[in-house]
Design a protein around this ligand. Structure first.
Ligand code: MSP
Length: 644
């Protein structure tokens, strides 16, 4: 049954003091994917992102560039939007804190707060003097014990904090400690993962301090109506975007539907750096103003590169624009979500990127799609065969549940299990053999229909992560453009008789050595595929070569050899027999990625034992740098075919 509640999802709004980096892209891709997955479940979803444009930092960045502040904000906001377009991010609204709609909403919220009373009856806002350490980059005051010494440095930015004394408006956060605790403990306000929830409870238990909500020393912001020489604190200004974007100012229909309604779910995706603002300040401010607080925060971990913190100063950055230029949007989206465990810190390496691309996208998914489509073109004239019974379809509910809990890697692993099964099924059922036998025509129809339908369902379930590749597959399958919905999850939507479009490779392989250096990979020494660099030996006679029997074979099973980093035990189908072969390719290929692969075997090699396991033949592979790259075929070569 479709859940009728509305679903509001936001990313943080990003500072425009610099161009977007990969951390921003990661959060935004996660939000876009979750939105698409929720729509696939039939949820009415609103996805919000935008830019945070007020405050000292932005003013400083504009000054350094010699551009008027608003013009500078316009330029950087446009860079964010362009990147989101290139990454196929489909937000419903892009809010900017310099938008008039936002400013009006902030002032309305402020008006409510100024009049609000705390649970203990005291005013929620009061004036007081603040003296303390201020980090202009965080736009936040810091406790003495949070600073790094020597130099009173901000622990996040490693820049000196400034000692500041000024008269401010304060928000009485301390009066909301009991309420916040109760909201979290009762589960009305969910914070995931649990470790972050416990962190927030820990902060509450240490005692909450009131915080100032206006600044006398900042000029670039929204003036406080009661004291026009002050501007509203940038975090109050920024957090308000989540409701101002929905037209909180006028209490418009979007606000009523996606925020204010009793059946609205209100969720934020945030990084671990902004936990305190989203899990304490924001719900308490809303509660005071009589606006419903959020229901849920998903807190994501930190991306590092090659084990080190991302930092412009050390040049350790990952430029999302460059990644899209080089690989296109889908592989970038796929890698970021497949490689990480959402919620935890994780490390980005170029090597892992290329590895995942080639094995998961080019080999597993790309091959399955191209084989299924090519066989229908070849054996059924490019027309969808009559409907057949379901076959190895992915468990849509399990996949969508994983997306819903932001277990992106888990969702993709679940889909890829079916991709492997289908690749294996093609090998085992050998449709090319069925095609030779007219009596097996109905079986071939059922198999081909099953493969096409499974490809359609797999595509549907990876569509939240890779919308562009999915649209291409849907087009080839002759399906209409437009957003898929829950009705598409049923088996058998492909119309028998309809024509397939032209088939082109979805993910052409990346030649690793051409793209990134691989200094971090250990040198392989594949015993079954010798790669000893040697001078070109004396030439051999054709008769010598004729002694070597090379044959096409298909991998039907693969497992890593216990106790060995390099060896993998394969069962290969040689047409007339199945052989066991041990190959030294485990560092270049995951066992699952080998299933269904067509390889070249030296079939007349004397059996040998490798780590006590018999190997009856040898798999050919090129030795490229420190990697093994399997020799395979350009077209259909049935198992057992002689290679000459
Ligand atoms: N403007 C504030 C947020 C206001 S929301 C009401 C802000 N902006 S930011 O530009 O610094 O972006 C912060 C967000 O970017 C983090 O919360 C996180 O989602 C993402 N990331 C920034 N660096 C990151 C990594 N290195 N790794 C993963 N994500 C990170 O804070």
């Amino acid at each position: 049954m479709t859940d009728r509640r509305t679903y509001f999802l936001s990313t943080p709004i990003y500072y425009v003091n610099d161009v977007p980096h990969v951390g921003h892209a990661y959060t935004t891709i996660a939000a876009d994917t979750l939105t698409r997955a929720r729509r696939l479940q039939g949820r009415d979803t609103f996805f919000l992102t935008g830019t945070d444009e007020h405050g000292q930092n932005i003013e400083r960045a504009a000054r350094e560039k010699g551009v008027p502040t608003q013009q500078y904000c316009d330029q950087i906001a446009a860079v964010f939007r362009r990147l989101w377009d290139r990454l196929d991010i489909r937000y419903d609204r892009f809010i900017r804190t310099t938008d008039d709609l936002h400013v009006r909403g902030v002032l309305k919220l402020w008006g409510r707060l100024i009049e609000a009373k705390c649970p203990d009856g005291r005013p929620a806002i009061y004036t007081g003097t603040y003296a303390g350490w201020y980090c202009p980059r965080c736009e936040a005051f810091k406790d003495e014990d949070e600073l790094k010494q020597p130099g009173n440095l901000c622990a996040i930015h490693e820049r000196p904090c400034e000692w500041t004394e000024e008269e401010n408006f304060f928000f009485r956060l301390s009066a909301y400690a009991g309420w916040l605790r109760e909201e979290i403990v009762s589960g009305r306000f969910r914070i995931d993962p649990d470790a972050r929830r416990n962190e927030v409870l820990g902060i509450i238990d240490q005692g909450l301090k009131d915080f100032s909500v206006s600044r006398a020393r900042v000029k670039w912001g929204i003036p406080v109506p009661q004291r026009p020489d002050h501007v509203l604190y940038v975090w109050f200004d920024a957090l308000s975007n989540y409701v101002t974007a929905l037209d909180y100012a006028e209490g418009g229909p979007l606000y009523r539907k996606y925020w204010d309604s009793a059946t609205a779910e209100r969720c934020h995706l945030i990084g671990k750096d902004i936990l305190r603002f989203h899990c304490l300040y924001w719900p308490a401010l809303l509660q005071a103003a009589g606006v419903p607080p959020p229901n849920r925060e998903f807190v994501q971990g930190w991306i590092t590169k090659d084990g080190k913190k991302l930092s412009k100063t050390t040049g350790n950055v990952i430029d999302p624009q460059a990644l899209v230029d080089r690989y296109g949007p889908d592989p970038v989206r796929y890698f970021l979500l497949r490689e990480s465990t959402y919620g935890q810190d994780w490390d980005f390496t170029d090597h892992a990127f290329v590895g995942r691309y080639n094995s998961d996208l080019a080999n597993d998914l790309g091959n399955l799609v191209s084989r299924a489509l090519t066989m229908v073109v070849r054996y059924r004239d490019g027309r969808v065969p009559p409907r057949g019974a379901p076959l190895d379809a992915p468990d849509a509910k399990a996949v969508l549940d994983r997306y819903e809990s932001l277990d992106f890697a888990g969702a993709l692993i679940e889909v890829w299990a079916t991709v492997s099964k289908l690749n294996q099924r093609i090998v085992v059922n050998a449709p090319w053999e069925m095609a030779k036998d007219p009596k097996r025509s109905a079986d071939l129809d059922a198999l081909l229909y099953g493969l096409l339908e499974s490809v359609r369902l797999i595509t549907l379930l990876v569509q939240p992560v890779m919308p562009r590749a999915a649209a291409r597959v849907f087009r080839v399958l002759g399906l209409p453009d437009g957003d898929p919905g829950p009705e598409d999850l049923a088996w058998g939507r492909l119309e028998p008789g309809s024509a397939l479009g032209a088939v082109e490779p979805l993910f052409p392989r990346i030649e690793k050595e051409k793209t990134v250096p691989e200094s971090d990979t250990p040198p392989p020494s594949p015993p079954a595929t010798p790669s000893t660099p040697s001078p070109v030996p004396d030439r051999i006679d054709i008769a010598d070569f004729a002694k070597i029997e090379l044959r096409a074979a298909v991998v039907t099973a693969a497992e890593k050899l216990q106790g060995s980093k390099k060896l993998v035990k394969l069962q290969v189908d040689l047409g007339s027999e199945t052989r066991q072969v041990v190959a030294g390719i485990a560092e270049s290929y995951a066992p699952e990625s080998l299933l269904g692969k067509k390889v070249v075997i030296v079939a007349n090699l004397k059996p040998a034992k490798l780590m006590g396991v018999e190997s009856n033949g040898m798999v050919l592979a090129a030795s490229v740098g420190d990697k093994a790259v399997l020799c395979t075929f350009d077209g259909d070569a049935p198992p057992g075919s002689k290679v000459k």
